[in-house]
Design a protein around this ligand. Structure first.
Ligand SMILES: Cc1cc2nc3c(=O)[nH]c(=O)nc-3n(C[C@H](O)[C@H](O)[C@H](O)COP(=O)(O)O)c2cc1C
Length: 347
């Protein structure tokens, strides 16, 4: 895999929609790792602009990541109950909740225009989160010479990825920051940790396995390689980099006491994700039987609440995704972080 992509180091900077940037991805790729951009929330024009910018900044391979979730089922009653539950929190900041909620992202599975754009721009690597696109879409991307990767959180998803003809598997453990890539969010979740999941996938598939979840330093990367991983994918380690567009409050929380507590929540977006414990995740204490709408409909409400609170100086309702290794985060330039990780790996 390293050879195929021309990587000097087995280090992948995770795609992080809303946090990673073309600049970050290019700096990581230029430093010898694989940089990634998360375009799942960007729309076709936004995604193309990000690909163009990354390409302008690096000649090396980079990864473009897409969300392949099942389209949510609209449920006006569920939306109304959720907005009713959140209304007092909006009122705390002198705001009204939105009247209705929208499906704010199109799944790549339902987005032929995004596929056409990828076939035209041909980024070196494309990766999928939350599931797989159609057989035809995979075949077309492969014919275009694009290296494909997909997230698995368990051996069953890994088998589906291998059968679909994908080139590499991102083994995302329960320790990871951000959304769990489970194909079916309602399925029982074995919540596998990085060590068990990496070993299970190395033993049960023939594809390169990329370990992800809680890996923050060179020692962690070395351990992942010892487990048989071809590379490690790190997300939280890059949030505090100056190239990240995480807001200052998020970076401050990550680097301070907030980093010591992460938790899984589905309240922010409608899908399970690991975040810094904050005012949003604390709503679980009062939600009772009220469930958030499906992903990404709930995220429309989550973003609106964050905007209302931010306007009054309260930053505790942000989607502050972070993995269990958060207290190990370092605020340094992405290229310097790659150098540091490599030095730690080889020490
Ligand atoms: C802020 C943040 C945003 C993320 N966004 C995405 C994304 O857009 N696409 C994706 O495939 N994974 C995303 N992830 C998950 C990462 O790909 C990866 O699984 C995770 O960062 C690994 O765990 P770590 O954060 O402990 O390193 C995100 C993670 C974080 C922390």
């Amino acid at each position: 895999m390293l050879k195929k992509l021309g990587l000097r180091y087995p280090i992948i900077q995770a795609p992080m929609a809303g946090v990673s940037t073309p600049l970050m991805a290019a700096e990581v790729s230029n430093a010898g790792g694989l940089g990634s951009i998360g375009v799942g929330a960007a729309g076709v024009a936004g995604a193309k602009a990000m690909i163009d910018e990354t390409r302008a900044r690096t000649q090396r391979a980079f990864n473009v990541n897409l969300f392949v979730h099942k389209a949510p089922k609209p449920d006006a009653m569920k939306d109304a109950a959720w907005l009713n539950f959140l209304a007092p929190r909006f009122a705390d900041y002198g705001a009204e909740p939105p009247k209705t909620l929208r499906t704010i992202y199109t799944s790549f599975a339902d987005d032929p225009d995004m596929l056409a754009m990828l076939l035209e721009t041909k980024p070196p690597v494309v990766s999928f989160h939350f599931g797989l696109p159609s057989v035809d879409a995979i075949a077309a991307l492969k014919r275009a010479g694009i290296y494909l990767m997909a997230t698995a959180t368990n051996p069953d998803e890994a088998r589906q990825i291998e059968a679909a003809g994908i080139d590499a598997i991102v083994a995302q453990s329960i320790e990871a920051g951000g959304h769990r890539g489970m194909f079916d969010p309602a399925a029982p979740d074995a919540a596998l940790g990085t060590i068990a999941l990496t070993r299970l996938l190395v033993r049960t598939t023939t594809l390169p396995v990329i370990a992800a979840g809680g890996i923050m330093d060179g020692q962690g990367i070395r351990a992942a390689l010892d487990l048989g991983a071809a590379a490690a994918q790190l997300g939280t380690a890059f949030i505090a980099c100056p190239e990240s567009i995480a807001d200052e409050a998020y970076k401050k929380a990550l680097m301070g006491a907030g980093g010591r507590h992460t938790q899984l929540t589905n309240l922010i977006s409608g899908r399970l994700a690991r975040a810094l414990s904050n005012r949003f995740t604390a709503l679980s204490e009062t939600q009772g039987a009220i469930a958030p709408p499906d992903y990404p409909i709930a995220y429309d409400a989550g973003k609106a609440l964050h905007a209302a609170a931010t306007a009054k100086g309260e930053f505790g309702f942000g989607a502050q995704w972070a993995g269990q290794g958060a207290p190990l985060a370092r605020a340094m330039r992405a290229a310097e972080l790659i150098e540091t990780l490599v030095a730690e790996m080889t020490r």
